[in-house]
Design a protein around this ligand. Structure first.
Ligand code: DAH
Length: 347
Protein backbone atom coordinates (compact mmCIF):
# COMPACT_ATOMS: atom_id res chain seq x y z
CA UNK A 1 0.00 0.00 0.00
CA UNK A 2 1.41 3.43 -0.97
CA UNK A 3 1.67 6.40 1.36
CA UNK A 4 -1.20 8.82 1.85
CA UNK A 5 -0.87 11.66 -0.68
CA UNK A 6 0.42 14.89 0.82
CA UNK A 7 -2.42 16.78 -0.83
CA UNK A 8 -4.85 15.38 1.72
CA UNK A 9 -2.93 17.06 4.55
CA UNK A 10 -2.67 20.21 2.53
CA UNK A 11 -6.41 20.24 2.00
CA UNK A 12 -7.04 19.94 5.68
CA UNK A 13 -4.66 22.78 6.53
CA UNK A 14 -6.12 24.96 3.75
CA UNK A 15 -9.65 24.36 5.01
CA UNK A 16 -8.79 25.25 8.60
CA UNK A 17 -6.92 28.37 7.59
CA UNK A 18 -9.62 29.45 5.13
CA UNK A 19 -12.44 29.03 7.64
CA UNK A 20 -10.50 30.85 10.35
CA UNK A 21 -9.82 33.79 8.06
CA UNK A 22 -13.36 33.86 6.71
CA UNK A 23 -14.79 34.24 10.20
CA UNK A 24 -12.93 37.55 10.53
CA UNK A 25 -14.16 39.10 7.29
CA UNK A 26 -16.53 42.08 7.62
CA UNK A 27 -16.59 43.58 4.12
CA UNK A 28 -17.45 42.66 0.59
CA UNK A 29 -14.01 43.35 -0.86
CA UNK A 30 -11.89 41.05 1.38
CA UNK A 31 -14.65 38.47 0.90
CA UNK A 32 -13.98 38.47 -2.85
CA UNK A 33 -10.21 38.26 -2.25
CA UNK A 34 -10.81 35.32 0.06
CA UNK A 35 -12.87 33.60 -2.63
CA UNK A 36 -10.09 34.02 -5.20
CA UNK A 37 -7.52 32.70 -2.73
CA UNK A 38 -9.37 29.63 -1.45
CA UNK A 39 -11.75 28.72 -4.24
CA UNK A 40 -9.98 30.27 -7.23
CA UNK A 41 -8.09 28.49 -10.03
CA UNK A 42 -4.78 28.27 -8.14
CA UNK A 43 -6.32 27.43 -4.76
CA UNK A 44 -5.35 24.23 -2.93
CA UNK A 45 -8.81 22.75 -3.55
CA UNK A 46 -8.65 23.34 -7.27
CA UNK A 47 -5.12 22.05 -7.56
CA UNK A 48 -6.24 18.94 -5.61
CA UNK A 49 -8.79 18.27 -8.36
CA UNK A 50 -6.22 18.69 -11.10
CA UNK A 51 -3.74 16.49 -9.21
CA UNK A 52 -6.09 13.47 -9.18
CA UNK A 53 -4.57 12.09 -12.39
CA UNK A 54 -1.12 12.06 -10.83
CA UNK A 55 -2.22 10.26 -7.66
CA UNK A 56 -1.80 6.53 -7.25
CA UNK A 57 -4.90 4.70 -8.36
CA UNK A 58 -5.66 3.63 -4.84
CA UNK A 59 -6.05 7.15 -3.49
CA UNK A 60 -7.68 8.83 -6.48
CA UNK A 61 -11.24 8.38 -5.18
CA UNK A 62 -10.28 9.59 -1.72
CA UNK A 63 -8.52 12.72 -2.99
CA UNK A 64 -11.53 13.48 -5.16
CA UNK A 65 -13.92 12.91 -2.28
CA UNK A 66 -11.96 15.02 0.22
CA UNK A 67 -11.42 17.81 -2.30
CA UNK A 68 -15.16 17.83 -2.92
CA UNK A 69 -15.99 17.95 0.78
CA UNK A 70 -13.53 20.78 1.35
CA UNK A 71 -14.89 22.67 -1.64
CA UNK A 72 -18.47 22.28 -0.46
CA UNK A 73 -17.57 23.23 3.09
CA UNK A 74 -15.79 26.37 1.89
CA UNK A 75 -18.62 27.32 -0.46
CA UNK A 76 -21.21 26.87 2.26
CA UNK A 77 -19.15 28.91 4.70
CA UNK A 78 -18.68 31.61 2.06
CA UNK A 79 -22.37 31.78 1.40
CA UNK A 80 -23.15 32.16 5.08
CA UNK A 81 -20.44 34.79 5.55
CA UNK A 82 -21.62 36.70 2.51
CA UNK A 83 -25.10 36.86 4.02
CA UNK A 84 -23.72 38.23 7.30
CA UNK A 85 -21.54 40.80 5.51
CA UNK A 86 -24.43 42.06 3.37
CA UNK A 87 -26.71 42.29 6.36
CA UNK A 88 -24.08 44.17 8.38
CA UNK A 89 -23.54 46.59 5.50
CA UNK A 90 -27.25 47.28 5.34
CA UNK A 91 -27.53 47.84 9.07
CA UNK A 92 -24.56 50.21 8.94
CA UNK A 93 -26.16 52.12 6.07
CA UNK A 94 -29.41 52.43 7.95
CA UNK A 95 -27.74 53.78 11.09
CA UNK A 96 -25.38 56.09 9.20
CA UNK A 97 -28.05 57.56 6.99
CA UNK A 98 -30.75 57.66 9.59
CA UNK A 99 -32.94 60.75 9.39
CA UNK A 100 -32.82 62.54 12.68
CA UNK A 101 -36.32 63.89 12.89
CA UNK A 102 -35.44 65.89 15.99
CA UNK A 103 -33.00 68.15 14.07
CA UNK A 104 -34.28 71.67 13.44
CA UNK A 105 -35.53 72.19 9.89
CA UNK A 106 -33.50 74.04 7.29
CA UNK A 107 -34.95 77.42 6.45
CA UNK A 108 -35.67 77.56 2.72
CA UNK A 109 -34.37 80.69 0.99
CA UNK A 110 -37.38 82.72 0.05
CA UNK A 111 -37.61 86.01 -1.76
CA UNK A 112 -39.28 89.04 -0.23
CA UNK A 113 -41.10 92.06 -1.45
CA UNK A 114 -38.95 94.94 -2.65
CA UNK A 115 -38.94 97.93 -0.27
CA UNK A 116 -40.54 100.01 -3.01
CA UNK A 117 -43.34 97.47 -3.45
CA UNK A 118 -43.92 97.68 0.29
CA UNK A 119 -44.05 101.46 0.46
CA UNK A 120 -46.19 101.65 -2.68
CA UNK A 121 -48.67 99.23 -1.16
CA UNK A 122 -48.85 101.37 1.97
CA UNK A 123 -49.45 104.47 -0.12
CA UNK A 124 -52.11 102.66 -2.18
CA UNK A 125 -53.98 101.44 0.88
CA UNK A 126 -54.00 104.85 2.53
CA UNK A 127 -55.39 106.51 -0.58
CA UNK A 128 -57.79 103.61 -1.10
CA UNK A 129 -59.30 104.37 2.32
CA UNK A 130 -59.94 107.88 1.05
CA UNK A 131 -61.64 106.61 -2.11
CA UNK A 132 -58.78 106.93 -4.58
CA UNK A 133 -58.30 104.35 -7.33
CA UNK A 134 -54.94 103.23 -8.68
CA UNK A 135 -54.63 104.16 -12.33
CA UNK A 136 -51.81 102.74 -14.41
CA UNK A 137 -50.34 104.91 -17.09
CA UNK A 138 -47.58 104.45 -19.61
CA UNK A 139 -43.80 104.70 -19.13
CA UNK A 140 -43.19 105.72 -22.74
CA UNK A 141 -45.02 108.96 -23.35
CA UNK A 142 -45.51 111.49 -26.07
CA UNK A 143 -43.75 114.80 -25.66
CA UNK A 144 -47.23 116.25 -25.93
CA UNK A 145 -48.56 114.47 -22.82
CA UNK A 146 -45.35 114.77 -20.85
CA UNK A 147 -44.99 118.51 -21.50
CA UNK A 148 -47.34 120.36 -23.86
CA UNK A 149 -50.68 119.35 -22.39
CA UNK A 150 -49.33 120.00 -18.89
CA UNK A 151 -48.76 123.60 -19.84
CA UNK A 152 -45.04 123.24 -20.48
CA UNK A 153 -44.57 124.41 -24.09
CA UNK A 154 -41.36 123.75 -26.03
CA UNK A 155 -38.54 126.09 -24.96
CA UNK A 156 -40.29 126.80 -21.66
CA UNK A 157 -37.51 127.14 -19.09
CA UNK A 158 -39.40 124.74 -16.79
CA UNK A 159 -38.44 121.92 -19.17
CA UNK A 160 -34.93 122.10 -17.79
CA UNK A 161 -36.30 120.57 -14.60
CA UNK A 162 -37.37 117.53 -16.57
CA UNK A 163 -34.45 116.76 -18.85
CA UNK A 164 -35.23 113.35 -20.26
CA UNK A 165 -34.41 110.41 -22.50
CA UNK A 166 -35.73 110.63 -26.04
CA UNK A 167 -36.21 107.60 -28.20
CA UNK A 168 -35.49 107.39 -31.96
CA UNK A 169 -39.03 108.34 -32.86
CA UNK A 170 -39.38 112.14 -32.66
CA UNK A 171 -41.82 113.39 -30.03
CA UNK A 172 -41.61 110.26 -27.86
CA UNK A 173 -39.92 110.28 -24.47
CA UNK A 174 -39.57 108.16 -21.37
CA UNK A 175 -41.87 110.03 -19.01
CA UNK A 176 -40.06 112.36 -16.65
CA UNK A 177 -42.91 112.37 -14.15
CA UNK A 178 -46.26 110.66 -13.62
CA UNK A 179 -48.10 113.93 -14.31
CA UNK A 180 -48.86 113.09 -17.99
CA UNK A 181 -51.11 110.34 -16.60
CA UNK A 182 -53.37 113.15 -15.32
CA UNK A 183 -54.26 114.03 -18.91
CA UNK A 184 -54.94 110.37 -19.72
CA UNK A 185 -57.25 109.84 -16.73
CA UNK A 186 -59.11 113.06 -17.38
CA UNK A 187 -59.63 112.29 -21.06
CA UNK A 188 -60.93 108.88 -20.13
CA UNK A 189 -63.22 110.07 -17.33
CA UNK A 190 -64.46 113.53 -18.35
CA UNK A 191 -66.88 114.87 -17.24
CA UNK A 192 -67.07 112.42 -14.28
CA UNK A 193 -65.40 113.25 -10.99
CA UNK A 194 -61.96 111.69 -10.47
CA UNK A 195 -60.11 110.45 -7.43
CA UNK A 196 -57.05 108.63 -8.68
CA UNK A 197 -53.46 107.94 -7.85
CA UNK A 198 -51.01 107.15 -10.63
CA UNK A 199 -47.91 105.25 -9.60
CA UNK A 200 -44.99 104.31 -11.80
CA UNK A 201 -41.40 104.59 -12.89
CA UNK A 202 -40.10 107.88 -14.17
CA UNK A 203 -36.88 108.58 -16.02
CA UNK A 204 -34.64 111.62 -16.09
CA UNK A 205 -31.28 112.51 -17.46
CA UNK A 206 -29.74 113.30 -14.08
CA UNK A 207 -26.42 113.65 -12.43
CA UNK A 208 -26.59 110.49 -10.31
CA UNK A 209 -26.03 111.07 -6.61
CA UNK A 210 -27.19 109.80 -3.24
CA UNK A 211 -30.36 111.87 -3.75
CA UNK A 212 -31.02 111.36 -7.48
CA UNK A 213 -31.26 108.40 -9.78
CA UNK A 214 -32.08 108.34 -13.50
CA UNK A 215 -34.94 105.97 -12.73
CA UNK A 216 -37.33 106.24 -9.78
CA UNK A 217 -40.96 105.91 -8.81
CA UNK A 218 -43.51 108.63 -8.42
CA UNK A 219 -47.07 108.57 -7.22
CA UNK A 220 -49.30 111.21 -8.72
CA UNK A 221 -52.50 112.21 -6.95
CA UNK A 222 -55.43 113.69 -8.85
CA UNK A 223 -58.88 114.78 -7.73
CA UNK A 224 -61.23 116.53 -10.13
CA UNK A 225 -64.84 117.52 -9.56
CA UNK A 226 -67.10 120.40 -8.75
CA UNK A 227 -66.12 122.73 -5.91
CA UNK A 228 -62.78 121.09 -5.12
CA UNK A 229 -60.71 123.59 -3.17
CA UNK A 230 -57.23 124.16 -1.84
CA UNK A 231 -58.69 123.18 1.56
CA UNK A 232 -59.71 119.77 0.19
CA UNK A 233 -56.18 119.30 -1.04
CA UNK A 234 -54.68 120.26 2.29
CA UNK A 235 -57.06 117.98 4.21
CA UNK A 236 -56.47 115.01 1.91
CA UNK A 237 -52.70 115.34 1.90
CA UNK A 238 -52.58 115.90 5.67
CA UNK A 239 -54.71 112.80 6.15
CA UNK A 240 -52.32 110.84 4.00
CA UNK A 241 -49.18 112.07 5.75
CA UNK A 242 -50.59 111.36 9.21
CA UNK A 243 -51.48 107.81 8.28
CA UNK A 244 -48.08 107.30 6.67
CA UNK A 245 -45.85 108.78 9.38
CA UNK A 246 -47.78 109.29 12.57
CA UNK A 247 -51.05 110.66 13.75
CA UNK A 248 -49.85 113.98 15.12
CA UNK A 249 -47.07 114.96 12.74
CA UNK A 250 -47.21 118.62 11.74
CA UNK A 251 -47.15 119.66 8.09
CA UNK A 252 -46.69 122.92 6.24
CA UNK A 253 -47.30 124.13 2.71
CA UNK A 254 -44.65 126.35 1.12
CA UNK A 255 -45.46 128.34 -2.03
CA UNK A 256 -43.78 126.84 -5.09
CA UNK A 257 -44.10 126.76 -8.84
CA UNK A 258 -45.24 124.09 -11.26
CA UNK A 259 -46.58 124.95 -14.71
CA UNK A 260 -49.52 122.54 -14.36
CA UNK A 261 -50.84 123.87 -11.04
CA UNK A 262 -51.87 127.32 -9.88
CA UNK A 263 -51.34 128.01 -7.06
CA UNK A 264 -48.56 125.50 -6.43
CA UNK A 265 -47.02 124.38 -3.19
CA UNK A 266 -44.52 122.05 -1.65
CA UNK A 267 -45.60 120.02 1.35
CA UNK A 268 -43.16 119.51 4.22
CA UNK A 269 -43.60 117.27 7.25
CA UNK A 270 -42.10 118.01 10.59
CA UNK A 271 -38.93 115.94 10.90
CA UNK A 272 -39.97 112.83 12.82
CA UNK A 273 -36.39 112.00 13.69
CA UNK A 274 -35.78 115.13 15.78
CA UNK A 275 -39.42 116.25 16.18
CA UNK A 276 -38.64 119.51 14.43
CA UNK A 277 -35.59 120.45 16.49
CA UNK A 278 -33.15 120.06 13.58
CA UNK A 279 -30.90 117.06 12.85
CA UNK A 280 -28.81 115.53 10.08
CA UNK A 281 -31.84 113.92 8.39
CA UNK A 282 -33.64 117.27 7.99
CA UNK A 283 -30.33 119.09 7.56
CA UNK A 284 -31.06 121.23 10.60
CA UNK A 285 -34.29 122.72 9.24
CA UNK A 286 -36.72 120.63 11.29
CA UNK A 287 -38.76 119.93 8.10
CA UNK A 288 -38.72 117.25 5.41
CA UNK A 289 -39.99 117.98 1.92
CA UNK A 290 -42.23 115.19 0.72
CA UNK A 291 -44.28 116.30 -2.26
CA UNK A 292 -45.26 118.95 -4.76
CA UNK A 293 -48.91 119.84 -5.09
CA UNK A 294 -51.37 122.46 -6.22
CA UNK A 295 -54.69 123.33 -7.78
CA UNK A 296 -54.91 121.96 -11.32
CA UNK A 297 -54.19 124.75 -13.80
CA UNK A 298 -57.27 125.72 -15.86
CA UNK A 299 -55.33 125.06 -19.09
CA UNK A 300 -54.60 121.50 -17.91
CA UNK A 301 -58.24 120.90 -16.93
CA UNK A 302 -59.25 122.07 -20.36
CA UNK A 303 -56.70 119.79 -22.03
CA UNK A 304 -58.17 116.93 -20.02
CA UNK A 305 -61.68 117.73 -21.28
CA UNK A 306 -63.08 119.52 -18.22
CA UNK A 307 -64.57 123.01 -18.36
CA UNK A 308 -62.47 125.01 -15.86
CA UNK A 309 -65.47 127.29 -15.25
CA UNK A 310 -67.40 124.34 -13.83
CA UNK A 311 -64.77 121.93 -12.56
CA UNK A 312 -61.71 122.24 -10.41
CA UNK A 313 -59.20 119.85 -8.95
CA UNK A 314 -56.02 119.33 -7.06
CA UNK A 315 -52.94 117.33 -7.87
CA UNK A 316 -49.82 116.21 -6.07
CA UNK A 317 -46.69 114.26 -6.89
CA UNK A 318 -44.43 112.39 -4.51
CA UNK A 319 -41.36 110.17 -4.70
CA UNK A 320 -41.81 106.86 -2.87
CA UNK A 321 -38.04 106.24 -2.79
CA UNK A 322 -37.62 109.50 -0.92
CA UNK A 323 -40.44 108.52 1.42
CA UNK A 324 -38.79 105.13 2.08
CA UNK A 325 -35.53 106.92 2.76
CA UNK A 326 -37.25 109.02 5.39
CA UNK A 327 -39.16 106.10 6.91
CA UNK A 328 -36.14 103.82 7.17
CA UNK A 329 -33.32 106.42 7.36
CA UNK A 330 -31.72 105.13 4.16
CA UNK A 331 -28.89 107.43 3.18
CA UNK A 332 -28.52 106.64 -0.53
CA UNK A 333 -31.28 106.37 -3.16
CA UNK A 334 -29.06 104.15 -5.32
CA UNK A 335 -29.57 101.20 -2.94
CA UNK A 336 -33.12 100.70 -4.22
CA UNK A 337 -32.18 99.62 -7.72
CA UNK A 338 -28.62 98.42 -7.06
CA UNK A 339 -29.84 94.82 -6.57
CA UNK A 340 -27.72 94.22 -3.49
CA UNK A 341 -29.35 91.41 -1.51
CA UNK A 342 -27.76 92.66 1.74
CA UNK A 343 -29.86 95.82 1.41
CA UNK A 344 -33.02 94.18 0.13
CA UNK A 345 -33.09 91.45 2.80
CA UNK A 346 -33.60 94.05 5.50
CA UNK A 347 -37.21 94.75 4.54
N1 DAH B 1 -44.50 116.31 -11.62
C1 DAH B 1 -43.73 116.96 -10.58
C2 DAH B 1 -42.29 116.51 -10.62
O1 DAH B 1 -42.00 115.57 -11.23
C3 DAH B 1 -44.30 116.66 -9.24
C4 DAH B 1 -45.62 117.32 -9.03
C5 DAH B 1 -45.71 118.56 -8.48
C6 DAH B 1 -46.77 116.70 -9.44
C7 DAH B 1 -46.91 119.19 -8.27
C8 DAH B 1 -48.00 117.32 -9.25
C9 DAH B 1 -48.05 118.56 -8.65
O2 DAH B 1 -49.14 116.75 -9.62
O3 DAH B 1 -49.28 119.18 -8.48
O4 DAH B 1 -41.47 117.15 -10.02
Amino acid sequence: MSEKPIILAELEIAQQKALALLAEIQDEEPLQAWKREYLGKSSTVMSAFSSIGQQSKEFRPLVGQVANQVKQALEAALEERARIVTEAALTRKITDERVDVTLPGRQPITGGLHPQTLVLRRIFSIFAEMGFQVYRSRDVESDEHNFELLNIPAHHPARDMWDTFHIDQPGVVLRTHTSPGQIRVMREQAPNPIRAILPGMCYRYEQISSRSEIQFNQVEVLAVGKNITFGDMKGTLNGFVRRLFNADVRTRLRPSYFPFTEPSAEMDVECFVCAGKGCSVCKGSGWLEIMGCGIVHPAVLKNGGYDPEVYSGFAAGMGPERISMLLHKIEDIRYFWGNDARFLEQF
